[in-house]
Design a binder for this molecule. Structure first.
Ligand code: IFM
Length: 441
C-alpha cells in the first residue's frame, strides 16, 4: 500500500470494523431471535436463505480475532452489540451471558492496546419488537433508549467512542421502501415513520448517553456520491432527490434539526403527526460523525414512475464483487462537503470503507491486489480531505473478516482476513499483510 503512518497526524487511528450479527453466530450464548432470522427464511430474500446463526463463530474465536487486529498494528476496533443478544425479548430480562461476552470482548481489546469503538445498533431488531412494528412503532425510541442504558452501564466505562446507530438510511429506506433488508417492506408510510423514528431513537439514546456521563458519542451515516447519469435538468433533479433521501435527510436532521425539501415532498404526508416537535431532540450535539463510504450513485429521472421518480444505473468505472463502482474521489468530496457545509471542525471518522471480491485460498494464501489498490486510493482520498481542512481522525477498513453480507449471504467477501465457513479457518489475505506493513509491522 502506498501510505504510511507518518503521512497522517500522530493521533490518527487506523482500525477495522465488524458488526455483531455478521460475525458472532447468533446461535451461541442464548441470544434472542431478530428480524434477520425470519427474513432469511423467506425464499428470495437472502442468497441461499443463509442467516447469521453461525456466521464466523466469532463468539468462540473472539480472542484470536482480536489477536489478528493487534498483529496488524491496528489502533482501534469498531464492533457492535446485538440488541437481541442482550435483551432476547427486546425489553425486560437481560441475558447476562451476553453482557459477560461483551465485557470480555472490550477487556480483550484493551489488553491488546486496541481502542474500542462501540456501535450500539447494527441491525438486529429483536423479533419480539419487530412483531410490534419495529422501527415503525412510535415507542421504538424508548425501547432503544432502554437498551442503550443497559449496554452502556456494562461496557461504557471502557469504550473509547460510542455510536448510537449504524447507517440509518439502511435501517429505514433500504429496509422499508426498497425492501432489500429486513423487514423487507415496500411501503412509503412505514418508510417515512422509520426514517423519522430511527433519528428519534438516536436522539433518545444520546440523552441516555449524556445522563450516563458517556463521552465521545456520535452516529454512523452512510454516504453515496450522487450524480446525474446524463445531462439535463430532470436527471440533475433525480440525483438531487437521491442525495436528499440518502445523505441529507439524516445529516440535516442531526446537524440542523430539519429535513430537506426534496425528500419531504414525498415523505411528509406519511410522517407521524407532530414530527417537527422531535427535531430539537434529534439534533442534540454529537462529539463526532462516522462516515461509511463505498461508491457513487448515478441517477436517471424516471418520470413515469411514482415518487421519487428516479432509477440508479450502472456506471462505466471498474466495479467490485458487489457491482459497486470504485470511486475514491467520492470519499474525498463527501468528507470535504461535510466540513464545508455542515459540521465545520467536528471530528470525523471514516468508519467503513472496503470492497468485496471473490477471494480464494490458493496454496495457503489469498492474493487480493484489487483490494490493496482500493485501500490505498481511499486512504489517499482521506488524506486529501485532511489537507483541505476536514478534521478526519481515523480510518476503519470494512471488514476485518469475510462475513454475513446480509441479503447476499456469505457470497461476498469484504475481509482482509479470509474465513473458511466450514472449518472457520482464518487466512489473512495479502491486503492484511500490506496493511500491517503500512502501519509499521
Ligand atoms: O456489510 C455492510 C455493513 O453491515 C454496513 N455497511 C456496508 C457493509 C457492506 O455492504
Amino acid at each position: 500500500m502506498d501510505f504510511k503512518r507518518s503521512d497522517f497526524p500522530e493521533d490518527f487511528l487506523f482500525g477495522a470494523a465488524t458488526a455483531a450479527y455478521q460475525i458472532e453466530g447468533s446461535a451461541h450464548g442464548a441470544a434472542g431471535s431478530c428480524h434477520w432470522d425470519s427474513f432469511a427464511r423467506v425464499p428470495g430474500n437472502v442468497i441461499g436463505a443463509e442467516d447469521g446463526r453461525r456466521a464466523c463463530d466469532h463468539y468462540l474465536y473472539w480472542a484470536a480475532d482480536l489477536d489478528l487486529l493487534r498483529a496488524a498494528g491496528m489502533d482501534a476496533y469498531r464492533f457492535s452489540t446485538s440488541w437481541a443478544r442482550v435483551l432476547p425479548e427486546g425489553r425486560g430480562p437481560v441475558n447476562t451471558e451476553a453482557l459477560d461476552f461483551y465485557d470480555r470482548l472490550v477487556d480483550g481489546m484493551l489488553e491488546r492496546g486496541l481502542r474500542p469503538f462501540h456501535t450500539i445498533y447494527h441491525w438486529e431488531m429483536p423479533s419480539a419488537l419487530a412483531d410490534l412494528g419495529g422501527w415503525t412503532n412510535p415507542d421504538v425510541h424508548n425501547w432503544f433508549a432502554d437498551f442503550t442504558q443497559v449496554i452502556t452501564r456494562r461496557i461504557g466505562d471502557r469504550v473509547h467512542a460510542t455510536a448510537t446507530i449504524n447507517e440509518p438510511w439502511c435501517v429505514a429506506y433500504l429496509s422499508h421502501f426498497l425492501g432489500h433488508h429486513a423487514p423487507g417492506l415496500r411501503d412509503i408510510r412505514a418508510t417515512a415513520r422509520a426514517m423519522h423514528h430511527v433519528l428519534k431513537a438516536h436522539g433518545a439514546a444520546m440523552e441516555v448517553l449524556r445522563a450516563e456521563g458517556q463521552e465521545n458519542c456520535g452516529i454512523v451515516l452512510n454516504f453515496e456520491a450522487d450524480e446525474p447519469a446524463e445531462d439535463g435538468p430532470d436527471h440533475a433533479a433525480a440525483a438531487a432527490r437521491q442525495d436528499a433521501i440518502m445523505n441529507r435527510w439524516f445529516l440535516e436532521g442531526i446537524t440542523r434539526g430539519s429535513y430537506p425539501e426534496e425528500a419531504l415532498e414525498g415523505l411528509e404526508p406519511h410522517l407521524p403527526a407532530g414530527w417537527q416537535d422531535d427535531m430539537a431532540a434529534i439534533s442534540r450535539p454529537i462529539d463526532w460523525l462516522g462516515v461509511n463510504y463505498y461508491t457513487r450513485g448515478l441517477m436517471l429521472a424516471a418520470p413515469d414512475t411514482a415518487w421519487p421518480a428516479m432509477e440508479p444505473v450502472p456506471g462505466p468505472l471498474p466495479r467490485t464483487q458487489m457491482g459497486w463502482e470504485v470511486y475514491p474521489k467520492g470519499l474525498e468530496d463527501t468528507l470535504t462537503r461535510l466540513s464545508r457545509d455542515y459540521i465545520g471542525a467536528l471530528p470525523v471518522y471514516v468508519t467503513e470503507n472496503g470492497m468485496a471480491w471473490d477471494d480464494r485460498v490458493t496454496g495457503g494464501a489469498v492474493h487480493d491486489p484489487a483490494r490493496i489498490s482500493f485501500i490505498s486510493e481511499h486512504v489517499r482520498a482521506t488524506r486529501n480531505a485532511i489537507d483541505t481542512g476536514t478534521n478526519v481522525r481515523g480510518f476503519f477498513y470494512w471488514s476485518l473478516l469475510d462475513n454475513y453480507e446480509w441479503a447476499f449471504g456469505y457470497e461476498k467477501r469484504f475481509g482482509i482476513v479470509h474465513v473458511d465457513y466450514e472449518t472457520m479457518t482464518r487466512t489473512p489475505k495479502t491486503s492484511y499483510h500490506e496493511f500491517a506493513k503500512a502501519l509499521g509491522q
